[in-house]
Design a binder for this molecule. Structure first.
Ligand code: IPM
Ligand code: MG
Length: 354
């Protein structure tokens, strides 16, 4: 097949890790007889520097024409000035909103080779396999917000409509059907009116359309505990934008390394956006030591969700597995032992693809 990727390398280690993911995609195309082409665009801090906008119009236009968008990372201390007119993160929020990417899939599955890197005891973490489905274009991130003229009071509002809740619950329930058939919805219905609506709508959708999926609701504060005390008990977890932001950061610690976790942001219709869940790591940028595996696994998610090339996606995931089996490690997961560079790691995956 023919597919057009837009690459948004972004800031910090972004360009280094996206280069490796591209290598892997090129190899997949070569091996399986596909034609992938790649277009690089500005996004994040570098886009503020070069175009005065974290999401320039030409970047957004290119993304709309893409089959899939692969993002490295955005942000860094250079753009951290709280008085600045705009920030790299604003570009990320804008692209999610503009492309209608309302469903953010964040799988958390510790790699068996790295289980000892988890801050939790191995017996708690072994077998964990959670798919977080985070609502990404609504809630308190996008509700009305304001600050009073005297600057002494500010507000941000959590807003969800029935339609927004229905569509994200359906995505999560469909995903659960393809997995262990269990869905947990996380809210704060004991306090928030918006959560009470979420709970009513989710329950109705599940009862009417997904009676075959085991369904439970958990309050967000309790969920924060359960993720640490019994993370194995969860299959698919659906929640709103801010709760999902916080819980996925918490869950990302279960595997012990951020360097292996990809994410996908999907909407209908249009391209999906794929990225590692880690940040731009400015402290190690440009040194060629960053771990490209999360971005390579994000590319695998692009093959699966946007290009519907499931065998190719599995081939990439298995190649990553083979490389880890063979003991190849970047510094972040080497536990002080010998380590491969970013490009050596990418090359190893390319080789493992066959
Ligand atoms: C994430 C990030 C973003 C978010 C920031 C960078 C805007 O934390 O993708 O989880 O809060 O959504
Ligand atoms: Mg976050």
């Amino acid at each position: 097949m023919q597919a057009h990727f837009v690459l948004l390398p972004g800031d910090g280690i972004g360009p280094e890790i996206v280069t490796e993911a591209r290598k892997v995609l090129e190899r997949v195309a070569q091996l399986r007889g596909h034609t992938f082409d790649f277009e690089e665009k500005l996004m994040g801090g570098i886009a503020i520097d070069e175009a005065g906008d974290p999401l320039p119009e030409s970047t957004l236009a290119a993304c709309r024409e893409a089959d899939a968008v692969l993002l490295g990372a955005v942000g860094g201390p250079k753009w951290d000035d709280p008085t600045a007119k705009t920030r790299p993160e604003a570009g990320l929020l804008a692209i999610r909103r503009q492309l209608g990417l309302f469903a953010n899939l964040r799988p958390v599955k510790p790699n068996r080779h790295l289980i000892d890197a988890s801050p939790l005891r191995p017996e708690l973490v072994e077998g964990v396999d959670i798919l977080f489905v985070r609502e990404l274009t609504g809630g308190i991130y996008f509700g009305p917000s304001s600050i009073s003229d005297d600057g002494r009071q500010a507000q941000s509002t959590m807003v969800y409509s029935v339609g927004e809740i229905e569509r994200i619950v359906r995505i999560a329930a469909e995903a659960a059907r393809g997995r262990q058939g269990r869905l947990t919805s996380v809210d704060k219905a004991n306090v928030l009116e918006v959560s009470r609506l979420w709970r009513r709508v989710a329950a109705r959708v599940m009862e009417q359309e997904y009676a075959d999926v085991a369904y439970e609701v958990v309050l967000v504060d309790a969920m924060a505990m359960h993720l640490i005390s019994r993370p194995r008990d969860f299959d698919v977890v659906v929640t709103g934008n801010m709760f999902g932001d916080i819980l996925t950061d918490e869950a990302s610690m279960l595997p012990g390394s951020l360097g292996l976790l990809p994410s996908a942001s999907l909407g209908e219709p249009g391209p999906g956006l794929y990225e590692p869940i880690h940040g731009s790591a400015p402290d190690i940028a440009g040194q060629g030591i960053a771990n490209p595996l999360a971005t390579i696994l994000a590319a695998a998610m692009a093959l699966r969700h946007s290009l519907h090339l499931e065998p190719e996606a599995i081939a990439v995931e298995e190649a990553v597995e083979t490389v880890l089996d063979s003991g190849t490690r970047t510094a972040d997961i080497a536990a002080g032992g010998a380590s491969a560079s970013t490009s050596e790691m990418g090359d190893a995956v390319v080789t493992a693809l066959g």
